[in-house]
Each structure stands twice: as C-alpha cells, then as structure tokens.
Design a protein around this ligand. Structure first.
Ligand code: P53
Length: 479
C-alpha cells in the first residue's frame, strides 16, 4: 500500500457522470431530443456520426446509457457503500425544456431530479450539478444555430434560473458549461456541436465561430452566476475547464514560446470565467486574424460582475508541442501542433498518462486564478474483462488512480493548493462521450451492457470499488 496525505475534513470525495451518458430514457416523461440523441455509435479511432434528427436503423447509445433513469436507487446505494460524500451529474436541459425555447418547464423532468437528489441526500451524498454537459436541445441547434446566436443566452439563463430556484435547498455546488474549452481543436464531428450546438459547413470560419460561441457562453455563464447568487447566496457556482497542460518538447526557446501560446489558447476561457476579463493577447489575435466579433461593452461589464466561485476541472492527460522554424506568429493549432511525449505511456485510446501533470496544472491554476479548485473528472478508460465468477481485476485502473490521487494530495499538502473535492469520472460504467462506446469503461462499478445496448445491465463491483472505498475511509491516506 502507498501512503498518501490525509485530505482536510469535509473534503468532497465522490464520483462524476453526465445525464446523457448514463440516464437513458431519452424520450420518456416529456423529454425532448438533445444533441447527444442524434449522435451514433463510434469506436476506438472511428468518429461518431451526427444525423439530422433521430433516424430509423441507426444506433444511438445515449438513448439507453446505462439505464440510470430507472436504476438510480440501486446505484446510489452502491455509491454510499463506497463512501461518497458527493455525486456530480448534470441536469438534462431537454428534460426541463424539451425544445429549449419554451417558457414553462416540464414538471415531470423537474420531478425526476427532485427524486434523484432526495435519494442521494438520504444517503448523505450531496449532488454537484453541471448545467450544460454536451446536451443542448437539438431544436435550438436547428432553429437558432445553437450558440452562434445571441438568443441562446436567454434560453440558457432561463433554464439555469428555473433549476437554481427548484433545487436551491438541495444543491450547493454548480457548474455552468462542461469543459467549455473543449472546442479549440478541429476534429470530426467538430466538438463545436457537442459543446455549443453549432453545425458548420465546409466554408465556415470555424475558429471565429468558436470564439463567438464561447463568448456568448461566457456571458450566459456570468449572468447565471449572478442569478444563482441572488436565489441563494450560499451557492458555489464554478466554471468547468478541460485541463490538459501543454509542455514544450525541448528547452529550445521557440518550443517554449509555442507552449506558452498553446496554454493561452486553451485556457483564456478560465481567465474570463475567473478574472472577469479577456487576456490582452486575445483582442490582438482577433485583430490579426480579421475576426469580426460581437463583444459589447455591456457584455464586458457582465463578465466582470459574474466571475465564478471556484474552478471545476477535468484532468486526464497532458500534451506536448514544439515551435515551427522561422515562424514568429506562434499561432498554435490544435491538434496539428501536438507531438508525442517520449516520457509517458498512453492508454489504449492514445491518452497520455501523466500524474505529475495534474500537480503541475493545479499549481499553475492556483497562481493564475487564485480560486479554490474542484477536480470534477479524472479517470482511466480501459477495456475491462469480466471473469467467469463476475469479478473484474482492474489493477491498471487502481494504479492510474493511485498515482493521480497522490499527485493531487501533494499539490494540497505540499504546495498549498485549495481543493474542494475529487470526483472520478464515470464512477459507474457509462457511454463514452468521444466514441459512444460502452467498451471504454471508467467505472468502479461494472455495468453488463455492450456497445449495442445488449446485456442485462446488471451492476457489479470491480476490484477498484474496494480500493476506492478504502481511500475514502482513510481520507486519502491509504492508497
Ligand atoms: P470519453 C476529450 C478530452 C478530455 C475530456 O471522455 C473529454 C473529451 C471529450 O470526449 O471529455 C470529458 O468519454 C467529458 C466527459 C467524457 C470524459 O471526459 O471520450 O466531460 O463527458 O465522457 C471522458 O472517454
């Protein structure tokens, strides 16, 4: 056993999921169609497709997830047995406003989360809630162009206000937009759809569109923060950033400058959320690129008045970049400018495993944003093998967690980082966001279902279940 550092009293150990990846029940009790409902199954290395509405004959894994919608009482019991103090999930926007532009919410959707939160609270587990986690109503994509449209700010703030008000006595910790910065890379299908509800044509300037959508989201977030604090001054409302630190390949000055620009381009979202202003380099970049942005003086005042209370972030991996000879612009472009890190190993999906990167990132954020932090995702997607007796020996997962939790504890105990809690991703197996697979498993709890939704959906404990239970019971000392 590895000896770690005891985390402070009240530290929020738990687990994390998102509504669309585990609930299923995609069209029950008045729920509308979300972006996740029109994404087909992909595979390791094979991207998901986006269909124009739900089509006969296509496979949509988010339609069933792991059936949490019907089985959550059983799952909550298992979370309690592991010792969870909190459980991070999202509220599916389409359960509350099926199309997104209604003025009256769907009572059956609101009731589902009342029941879920009550059940969690009865086990001493506090819900931690993300408002928008890759599940924008599909109607808002088709009718308004998603967050390319300023009107989305009002729709989001209405949704936020309704759920803040409804759950004001049940939820304290909130986050506005999941991994708001996870739309900076070009890939297929573009994450601008998942994050922002944009469907782009080949001729569109996706980069300008991304900055514009992110700006509207940041304004929407700042307004939601203010609305939430007015409803309950005790609310803690955070941002949520996908933290993958980017290192220079060598000490060559051009590599270092490129890595600096890469960090600026991936983390300016956090500057706006936490400091309430755009960093100086960004207007210069817009000017240089000729981006014509809709950013008003009133928006800037809103951003300043709606800074977040804490930094929620995911951490899975780090990246590496290098400079280009003779190029003084340092216009880092993701993912083209990534190179492999020769010093770290990778998961089966090519994600570079780097526990020290977590400690590095926590220090970097503390120095830059001066706010408490909350690790709301971290984990290891792997192919698990269920033995004949039902056991799953996931020692690779335990070893990933051991190394990362130790790095996290060092950041707290040795470096003074102010950390609220730690919720490992996919604490129960669920549908992968990037590939739509069930086979990319993260859980401490195994779910008997395959990529096509076949199986009993029965739950069972993996070896990592007992291990994490012991970590929590020892406040992080027994790793
Ligand atoms: P999956 C990319 C890089 C880092 C985190 O991811 C990411 C993504 C997008 O997939 O997403 C977060 O399921 C996200 C979760 C997601 C989780 O990481 O692709 O917030 O919804 O499931 C893990 O392996």
């Amino acid at each position: 056993m590895t000896k770690g550092y005891k985390m402070p009293k009240g530290f929020l150990w738990g687990g994390a999921v998102a509504a669309h990846q585990l609930e299923g029940g995609w069209n029950v009790d008045g729920k509308g169609v979300s972006i996740a409902d029109v994404m087909t199954a992909g595979r390791n290395g094979v991207p998901r497709k986006v269909t124009d509405g739900v089509k006969e004959g296509e496979v949509y894994p988010n339609h069933w997830g792991n059936d949490f919608y019907h089985r959550y009482p059983e799952d909550d019991k298992l979370f309690a047995e592991m010792g969870f103090k909190c459980f991070r999930t999202s509220i599916a926007w389409t359960r509350i406003f099926p199309n997104g532009d209604e003025t009256t919410p769907n009572e059956a959707g609101l009731k589902f989360y009342d029941d879920l939160f009550d059940d969690l609270l009865s086990h001493g587990i506090q819900p931690v809630v993300t408002l928008s986690h890759f599940e924008i109503p599909y109607h808002l994509v088709k009718a308004y162009g998603g967050f390319s449209n300023r009107k989305m700010i009002d729709f989001f703030v209405r949704f936020a206000t309704v759920v803040f008000d409804r759950y004001k006595d049940k939820v304290k910790y909130w986050m506005t937009f999941n991994e708001i910065n996870n739309q900076t890379a070009w890939s297929d299908p573009h994450p601008l759809l998942q994050n922002s509800g944009l469907q782009l044509g080949a001729d569109d300037n996706w980069e300008q569109a991304m900055y514009q959508a992110a700006h509207y989201e940041l304004v929407a977030s700042a307004l939601a923060v203010q609305a939430g604090h007015a409803i309950n001054p005790d609310f803690q409302i955070g941002c949520m950033v996908a933290m993958c630190p980017i290192y220079p390949l060598t000490a060559k000055p051009a590599d270092v400058m490129m890595a600096e620009r890469a960090m600026q381009k991936r983390y300016w979202f956090g500057d706006v959320h936490c400091l309430g202003e755009y960093p100086k380099w960004l207007p210069k970049y817009f000017e240089r690129k000729g981006f014509d942005m809709d950013i008003t003086a009133a928006d800037l005042a809103t951003l300043k008045a709606g800074t977040v209370d804490y930094v929620g972030f995911s951490y899975y991996m780090s990246f590496v970049t290098k400079g280009r000879d003779g190029d003084q612009e340092y216009d880092f472009k993701e993912p083209d400018d990534f190179v492999e890190n020769p010093y770290v190993e990778k998961s089966d999906w090519g994600w570079q495993i780097d526990p020290t990167g977590l400690r590095y990132a926590m220090n970097w954020m503390q120095d830059r944003w001066h706010l408490p932090q909350f690790i709301v995702e971290n984990g290891f997607g792997a192919y698990d093998k269920k033995e004949a007796d039902g056991s799953v020996h996931d020692d690779y997962r335990i070893s990933y967690f051991r190394d990362h939790i130790l790095a996290m504890e060092e950041a707290v105990a040795l470096d003074g980082v102010d950390l609220i809690g730690y919720t490992p991703w996919g604490c129960i197996d669920l549908v992968s966001a990037s590939t739509g697979e069930m086979a990319k498993r993260y859980g401490f709890i195994y779910v008997d279902a395959d990529d096509n939704g076949h199986g009993s959906f029965d739950r069972s404990k993996k070896d990592s279940f007992d291990w994490f239970q012991q970590v929590i019971a020892s406040d992080g000392e027994d790793l």
